[in-house]
Ligand binder design. Structure first.
Ligand code: CA
Length: 427
């Protein structure tokens, strides 16, 4: 029946029946779609299911697009498939990689946390437990056992906390987001080669969200170059073999220039009326100027060829240090000055040396990376030549800061602060 006029009761009933039929049909279609979605969700992993839909879809395509480059770099097709066929996008890794850390912690708080009594105790226990092994490693690589154990303790609490993330999904997620340019992609392809060589099964290849692996937190490219099979089982196992872990840390430091007989540095007492514009000199010179070790020992004068740099980690109000090239070697493991200070101070505490004598000033926080980059950019604009623009502070940059501090009438201690940045950018 055709109803031109819907006002009649017959036509109204007809229209109501038609609407009901349409509704039933729509419901049936919706149910079919819902079941299809449910089935689809059952077959993909939870991590992908949580990812925003477009990312999860294009993630698979991205992974597949890496195959030619992987093959060109010596990864076999079977390795590629075994490691990546079911690799899941990790939402948490993506979130952590986008995190913008604000201002760092106060230097004193960071050092107290890193060199806590529990870590000193843990280190002493490991030194005793692995004495014979550390004898061999010290002899082979020329790096003091306390420094090796200190890095092990600070990186992963002696292997207890390796990060809990599977390395392949983490690096695949970071590579998909083009994390640090090609960095994550290249590390992912290198990780595939480590799997291919049989050093570790994929499910036990554990590390941090950023791909730092195992007990010493080596990224895959560091593993390739510096990991060592010290227990002689044919595998370089940085996850479960303590001999491999400790020898690899030692090998890394030796390869980056650790000098066997060179002390890393000392906390010092700065003589009164000293002009802190001077930042470099031989230990002999520093002694002549009236510098003394804070723990009462003697500064070396005869057996150290290279000089020492005067370093105020928290500015001239805080503790002062004279540091050598071995301090910079620790910074190749992690670029932060306070990381290096934490490792080397923990090593000293493991040797039975006392805590820092100086007091860390209240309210001194480490600048954010963004602010450190702003300082580098502003110094470059004023004609200085920073070694990098990524916010990594080295002693040359601290010397540049000293020069500007003189111009601003500030204490020239080379320590970047929010006040210094304000003056530099004209706030
Ligand atoms: Ca081994």
């Amino acid at each position: 029946m055709r109803c031109a006029q819907r006002i009649s009761p017959v036509c109204r009933r007809h229209a109501a029946r038609a609407a009901l039929r349409r509704a039933q049909l729509t419901l049936a279609r919706m149910t079919t779609a819902a079941i299809a979605i449910l089935i689809a969700l059952l077959f993909i992993s939870p991590a992908v299911a949580q990812a925003p839909e477009p990312e999860a879809r294009s993630f698979r395509g991205y992974i597949e697009s890496l195959r030619p480059l992987a093959l060109a770099r010596g990864v076999a097709s079977e390795t590629f498939d075994r490691a990546l066929a079911s690799v899941a996008y990790d939402v948490e890794v993506a979130r952590l990689s986008r995190r913008q850390p604000e201002y760092g912690r106060p230097v004193g708080d960071y050092l107290n946390a890193m060199v806590a009594p529990s870590r000193i105790g843990g280190g002493q226990k490991r030194l005793a437990e692995h004495r014979g092994l550390l004898d061999d490693i010290e002899k082979t690589f020329g790096v003091p056992r306390e420094v090796i154990v200190a890095i092990w303790g600070i990186e992963t609490s002696f292997g207890a906390n390796q990060g809990g993330k599977r390395v392949i999904p983490s690096l695949a997620t970071l590579a998909f987001h083009n994390y640090k340019g090609d960095f994550a992609r290249d590390e992912l392809l290198t990780a595939l080669r480590i799997l291919q060589d049989g050093h570790i099964p994929p499910e036990r290849m554990i590390g941090s969200w950023a791909g730092a692996m195992g007990q010493p937190q080596f990224i895959p490219s560091s593993f390739m170059r510096w990991a060592v099979d010290f227990d002689g089982d044919g595998r370089r196992d940085l996850w479960t073999s303590v001999p491999d872990v400790l020898a690899s840390i030692a090998n890394y430091l030796r390869a980056h220039g650790w000098q066997r007989e060179l002390p890393w540095g000392f906390e010092v007492i700065v003589p009164e009326h000293f002009d802190p514009r001077k930042s470099r000199g031989s230990f002999r010179e520093w002694v002549t100027l009236g510098f003394k070790r804070a723990d009462g020992g003697n500064l070396p004068t005869s057996n150290v060829r290279d000089g020492a740099i005067l370093f105020f980690p928290s500015g001239a109000r805080g503790p002062a240090f004279l540091v050598t090239k071995n301090f910079d070697v620790i910074k190749t493991y992690n670029i932060s000055d306070v990381y290096a200070l934490a490792v080397l101070h923990l090593a000293d505490r493991l040797r039975g040396r006392p805590p820092f004598a100086g007091r860390w000033p209240d309210g001194d926080v480490q600048l954010s990376r963004e602010d450190r980059m702003r300082i580098q950019a502003a110094l470059a604009e004023r004609g200085f030549s920073p070694s990098n623009r990524q916010g990594m502070i080295d002693f040359d940059l601290r010397d540049d800061i000293r020069k500007m501090q003189v111009q601003f009438g500030m204490t020239p201690d080379g320590h970047p602060t929010p006040e210094f940045l304000g003056r530099l950018v004209g706030r």
